[in-house]
Design a protein around this ligand. Structure first.
Ligand SMILES: *[C@@H]1O[C@H](CO)[C@@H](O)[C@H](O)[C@H]1NC(C)=O
Ligand SMILES: *[C@@H]1O[C@H](CO)[C@@H](O)[C@H](O)[C@H]1NC(C)=O
Ligand SMILES: *[C@@H]1O[C@H](CO)[C@@H](O)[C@H](O)[C@H]1NC(C)=O
Ligand SMILES: *[C@@H]1O[C@H](CO)[C@@H](O)[C@H](O)[C@H]1NC(C)=O
Ligand SMILES: *[C@@H]1O[C@H](CO)[C@@H](O)[C@H](O)[C@H]1NC(C)=O
Length: 190
């Protein structure tokens, strides 16, 4: 018994050390992504406190972490007027992204297809234009999608019916054509 203990304790210790290292590495990588986001969005004053020295980003109001890894970004009314960069999906555990009330331009951000865990996406009150993409079902984990108050045009693609987890779909105030595909959205809105 003693033999086993003396043999296995150092291994356990090494395993814990390694785990700690892996965790802090992920934390540092995610911190770096936040710094890049801030720069890409041209340093909006609303996120001036996102600095390398203010290093506990899990305590920042806009950030939600689970087990010290970023799972939520809530950037409401932050005067963001740049696109959403593809490196945002380097936050591999991101499930919730709320960007309502900004001035984000461009087409539907298909770069978010790489955020494979994304469940909650609010893009309402921005300046998005163009069609809702046919392959929107690539966001296969989506539970909530709000694209209200933008300038999306065209119809609602049938592939929305493939979003089996979707509980809420909000499309208000867009010049989309109101025809409905394979699912009954009145009952799905609840
Ligand atoms: C660090 O972030 C916290 C939480 O958002 C904020 O209250 C604080 O003012 C920041 N500190 C600095 C030095 O920016
Ligand atoms: C975050 O991602 C890492 C690496 O992919 C994974 O090991 C970890 O379990 C994830 N954490 C959460 C809270 O999902
Ligand atoms: C957005 O923020 C500005 C000030 O920063 C405030 O005047 C305005 O009411 C806010 N809008 C919303 C919808 O929260
Ligand atoms: C939508 O487009 C019209 C016409 O170009 C413009 O006046 C309006 O401000 C746009 N709305 C949004 C939310 O971008
Ligand atoms: C729904 O998903 C299936 C399987 O990936 C695919 O074959 C089908 O074309 C999709 N339906 C629509 C309307 O995109």
């Amino acid at each position: 018994m003693l033999k086993i203990a003396t043999f296995s304790l150092p291994i356990l210790f090494c395993a814990l050390l390694f785990r700690g290292h892996a965790d802090s590495q992920l934390y540092d990588e995610e911190h770096e992504v936040l710094m890049k986001l801030k720069q890409h969005w041209r340093n909006p004053p609303s996120i001036a406190h996102w600095t390398p020295s203010n290093s506990s980003h899990c305590n920042w109001l806009e950030i939600t972490c689970t087990s010290n890894s970023i799972t939520g970004l809530s950037l409401i009314n932050m005067s963001i007027s740049e696109t959403i960069p593809s490196f945002i999906c380097e936050l591999k555990n991101l499930t919730d992204l709320d960007l309502q009330y900004n001035n984000i331009p461009g087409n539907f951000p298909i770069i978010l297809y790489d955020c494979s865990k994304l469940e909650y996406l609010d893009l309402s009150q921005n300046h998005f234009v163009g069609p809702i993409p046919q392959d929107i079902d690539s966001l296969s984990q989506l539970r909530f999608l709000n694209i209200g108050a933008n300038n999306f045009t065209g119809g609602i693609p049938a592939s929305v019916g493939n979003l089996t987890e979707l509980k809420v779909l909000q499309l208000y105030q867009n010049p989309v054509q109101w025809f409905f595909p394979t699912r009954n959205w009145q009952s799905a809105q609840s």
